[in-house]
Design a protein around this ligand. Sequence first.
Ligand code: MN
Ligand code: MN
Length: 260
Amino acid sequence: MDKIQLQGILYDEKSSFLSGPADAPPLIREAYHSDAFNFFAEDGSEISPDKLVDHGDYTIDQYFDIEKISYSHLKYKTPLITLGGDHSITYPILKAFHRYYGPLEILHIDAHADLYDSFEGDPYSHACPFARIMEDKLASRLVQVGIRTLSDHQKEQAEQYGVEIIEMRDYSLKKVPQFKGPLYLSFDLDALDPAFAPGISHHEPGGFSSRQVLEIIQNIKAPLVGADLVEFNPKRDVNGVTAAVCAKLLKEIAARMLNS
Ligand code: MN
Ligand code: MN
């Protein structure tokens, strides 16, 4: 693999608490291009702009337009990274991936399981995407890591759908399985402790350090065909700290894609 595709989805209509993630993609790009950083991932790959086929940012009128946009890019058969947006975007993105790849293995890093059958009357809320994904059998395996907000309802949902959850309180790197692939990584920034990534809508203490999530990403050996970075809320960021975390994650994910 020598190229990665990038798309930005300017969408936060399905956020239950605060708006803001729709403004994130241009700020992640700005941090990625900033003279404050170079383009090297830690494995030594240079993720320079010529490695990225950047389709730019999309404003979304209808929720399921996200599926159409994603599907139109998958025809290039190179890995696709999506900059969100709230976490509701992952369901239509996975629908597009399913049409190309069939059921994917999914590694989902988040403070929240996002398995609600419906949230505040909306089955497509950002609290629900993984219920829809499992219901539609878009995943052959779903492993969730970093979860620290499990409700009884979401525990039942996880059991019903056979979701494997590594809760934050039980976490160690060796518990994260190796996947066969093709693998999709869905990364909600609130998996990180708010001290490391304050620019998020739901500050849930007791999360990952930046180092810990880099270790999870660098430990992926399976072919990684898609990823999203969601829930960065620039309105809550402090000195661009979270934007810089996103740019770092973008480089590290791209490096895994190029070398898997
Ligand atoms: Mn989420
Ligand atoms: Mn979350």
